[in-house]
Design a protein around this ligand. Structure first.
Ligand SMILES: [Fe+2]
Ligand SMILES: [Fe+2]
Length: 304
């Protein structure tokens, strides 16, 4: 969906709530896109990046909360924190299943943990300007990353070719439930950045950092999976495989990814101008995991 308005599109904004989903992985095969380890592992990198990355979002946002002077934005940020905490945990729960299948991701996740906890973690800065600067840098980085999580969320909601190829329904539900919540809360990180700072130079600079880091970490993650997959003896893959899968519709296309760059860097950008909250909410109303979470909620309340 595209909008021509310069400001936020009010109808795209909905109250945010965390859905306490859970998934059973015992029936999910190692190559959950049948016969296609490259696509499987390219998407699997999400399970390596998101647990630490989304924990870091939550950590940073808890520091930003006291600075918010708008009650509605504060409610959005609290909803965002709740959703990201469940996302992080849900991807983390895939990792024991990978280990059982002979693919121990620990050497890679240790690097990702270092990246988010040490490189992007709290520094021993004095209170005041320096500490605020580092918080704003991280808030801006999160806004840039969320441009891509929304992009990927919108993509996976519409990736019908994965269904046609018989991709594992539980994995698709994890990806689409998560993707739908990313679309649902796609404006929160940008709104928070605008509220606390909004400098265009910071937006552009942190976009370049986030994009470079994502490409670097992603290609390393794919290589890690392909080289450690116990069923692949001499894996051969290249950037061309990525472009081909994009054309086939089982991965995002290179063209769509490139076109997303000037959108984020446009002066009039607002996340509510792209993607569709209605499509996201429609998926969440049909998602097996989200429906099961909703059914479990009253009994959880009774037990409390
Ligand atoms: Fe998320
Ligand atoms: Fe998100």
């Amino acid at each position: 969906m595209s909008h021509t308005q310069a400001g936020p599109v009010e109808s795209e904004r909905v109250p945010l709530k965390a859905r306490n989903v859970s998934f059973s992985w015992e029936d999910t095969p190692l190559h959950w896109v049948p016969g296609d380890p490259f696509t499987t592992h390219t998407i699997n990198v999400l399970h390596l990046l998101l647990p630490a990355g989304e924990r870091w979002f939550v950590h940073v946002y808890k520091q930003a909360l006291p600075l918010i002077e708008d009650e509605r934005l504060r409610a959005d940020v609290i909803g965002f924190i709740g959703q990201e905490a469940v996302h992080s945990q849900s991807h983390d729960e895939v990792l024991p299943h990978l280990r059982e299948q002979g693919l121990d991701p620990t050497p890679y996740t240790a690097q990702v943990d270092w990246f988010f906890e040490k490189l992007l973690g709290d520094r021993t800065l004095p209170p005041g300007r320096a500490r605020r600067w580092w918080l704003l840098e991280r808030v801006a980085l999160i806004a840039a990353i969320e441009h891509y999580t929304a992009f990927l969320g919108d993509w996976v909601l519409g990736a019908a070719e994965l269904d046609r190829r018989g991709a594992d329904p539980t994995m698709l539900d994890l990806l689409r439930w998560h993707g739908a919540e990313e679309v649902e809360h796609r404006s929160v990180a940008f709104d928070l950045f605008q509220h606390l700072d909004g400098s265009y130079r910071r937006r552009a600079r942190t976009w370049a950092t986030a994009f470079t880091a994502l490409v670097f970490l992603w290609q390393r993650g794919v290589r890690f999976f392909m080289e450690n997959d116990p069923t692949l003896t001499a894996p051969k893959y290249s950037v061309k495989d990525f472009h081909d899968r994009g054309r086939q519709g089982v991965l995002p296309s290179t063209g769509a990814m490139l076109r997303s760059i000037p959108r984020y860097l446009g002066r009039g950008y607002h996340p509510s101008h792209e993607f569709s909250t209605a499509q996201a909410v429609a998926y969440l109303e049909a998602s097996p995991a989200a429906l099961a979470a909703e059914r479990a909620e009253p009994s959880a309340r009774e037990a409390a």
